[in-house]
Design a protein. Structure first.
Length: 105
């Protein structure tokens, strides 16, 4: 019983780490794209100050951004659901200390 409980706890921990990594990847990629190409749609401007062309690019960017996030979140959900099919065991950290004999000062 304790083993099953540990497996479920380990699975929760792994799912949390995977979720964070995938979300960070999605958001980081979007942020990098905005940083490099944001001028095209007036990234730092108020909406009222955008040109017609910038407004069109802004609408397109919002559409693409939403699609990327929706697809990423779907894939994240499917990946986390897939983990439920596995029994997981967390390997504890292992540390070896090597003691070398040498001259004392």
């Amino acid at each position: 019983m304790k083993t099953r409980k540990n497996q479920e706890r380990n699975k929760k921990i792994l799912k949390r780490f995977i979720k964070k990594r995938i979300e960070t990847t999605m958001i980081g990629a979007l942020a990098a794209f905005e940083e490099v190409f944001g001028d095209i749609w007036g990234y730092d401007k108020d909406y009222e100050d955008l040109t017609t062309k910038e407004k069109n690019f802004d609408e397109n960017w919002e559409y693409v951004r939403t699609r990327i996030l929706d697809l990423g979140n779907l894939q994240l959900k499917q990946a986390l659901d897939e983990l439920d099919r596995y029994n997981l065991e967390l390997e504890p950290y292992h540390l070896d200390f090597v003691i070398k004999k040498g001259k004392r000062k």
